[in-house]
Design a protein around this ligand. Structure first.
Ligand code: AMP
Ligand code: MG
Length: 351
């Protein structure tokens, strides 16, 4: 299959691109598009065949449900039943935005889209291209991240082209995303709201709106206990992982730098290709051929935005061993650390 790639030069005026993409979606085809979190791989959420194609293109396990993207809060009434009042309050505060709500699904949502579950994940994204596409196509768009399953999510169109070119109908290039890690997922189907996946919308921000909240165990610990099933099916799979072996080093910054420099030296002496994930504050302190600045410690958004791009750059260079600094464990920092830990398969040492 030839994949059409269209660049959006002016986010406010690209009618023809949306018309073409909308036709593809209405016929059951797949279109990748930017959102404020990461690029999504979209198909008609109410068409079971389109959902099937999404799983096939990504190589995604079919029990890992998709997020349905809407452009108007009222769509909740069509897609969901028994909507709690907390959903409307969260929607009012954080939509459009990087927040996904899990609610009981209505009969029109096929189980192919929800991985067999009776619940559905819904998000109203805050990106002009995503919103125009949903509005102009007239379909609810089921869209997981537009990467090969298990790989780091795409933050620029080139990542999508790398993973999915030839496998999907169209890619809309809207430049680099703003946040760089996936949405915060909140399950509203139980007694109290539960955060299933951390993101830019932090626990404190959610608590402010709905009071007490719970956390799914899958968020910051390795899921090794027998019988422990994360509530977001996707959280049980290896995720966001580069091809090289990634290790995180935490501790006092001076000790971290010393330890990483020592490990790089040992691996390089043994003939291996190494990379270091550094920050603006530390990049000059390393001795390694491949040092990447993921972002600035004083601006967490630069780190979230740079994380997946950095992991992918090391893949391009065939780096065998990647050493990363650790990031702060509170609020948005927890979300960044959640992705880094999963990418590293929980390979972390303290110095
Ligand atoms: P992605 O779109 O790649 O960010 O993946 C979507 C995430 O949402 C995965 O971790 C899914 O397991 C999770 N998810 C989607 N639908 C549901 C649902 N109905 N219940 C719980 N988690 C869900
Ligand atoms: Mg994903």
């Amino acid at each position: 299959m030839d994949t059409i790639v269209k660049k959006i030069e002016d986010v406010n005026d690209e009618g023809a691109v949306y018309e073409q993409a909308g036709e593809i979606l209405k016929k059951g085809g797949l279109v990748a598009f930017p959102t404020e979190t990461v690029y999504g791989l979209g198909g008609d959420a109410l068409n079971p065949k389109a959902s099937g194609k999404i799983y096939a293109a990504k190589g995604r396990p079919s029990d890992n449900p998709l997020i349905v993207h809407i452009c108007d809060v009222d769509a909740l009434n069509e897609l969901c039943v028994d909507i709690p009042e907390s959903a409307w309050r969260l929607a009012e505060k954080f939509w459009p935005g990087p927040m996904t709500l899990i609610l009981k699904k209505s009969a029109i949502v096929p189980k192919e889209t929800t991985g067999g579950l009776d619940t559905v994940a819904v998000r109203l994204p805050n990106h002009p291209v995503a919103l125009s596409l949903i509005r102009k196509s007239g379909v609810y768009i089921a869209a997981p991240s537009a990467n090969t399953s298990g790989k780091p999510s795409p933050t620029i169109a080139e990542h999508v082209i790398h993973d999915l070119s030839g496998k999907i109908d169209m890619i809309i290039d809207g430049g680099e995303v703003g946040i760089g890690i996936e949405s915060t997922i909140i399950d509203l189907t139980g007694e109290e709201p539960v955060i299933l996946r951390p993101g830019y919308i932090t626990p404190a921000m959610v608590k402010d709106i709905v009071g007490e909240i719970g956390f799914d165990k899958a968020i910051l610990c390795e899921n090794k206990d027998k019988g422990f099933v994360p509530k977001a099916p996707g959280m049980k799979y290896k995720h966001y992982a580069p091809s090289g072996d990634l290790m995180i080093v935490e501790g006092n910054m001076e000790d971290v730098v010393d330890k990483i420099n020592l490990m790089v030296k040992n691996k390089c002496n043994a003939g291996a290709k190494c990379g270091v994930i550094a920050t603006a504050q530390t990049c000059d302190l390393y001795e390694c051929d491949n040092i990447r600045v993921v972002g600035d410690r004083n601006d967490e958004l630069t780190i979230s935005k740079g994380l997946y791009r950095t992991l992918r750059e090391f893949d391009e260079l065939d780096i065998q061993y990647i050493f990363a600094e650790s990031f702060s464990g509170d609020e948005f920092g927890t979300s960044i650390m959640n992705r880094l830990l999963k990418a590293a398969g929980y390979n972390i040492i303290s110095v």
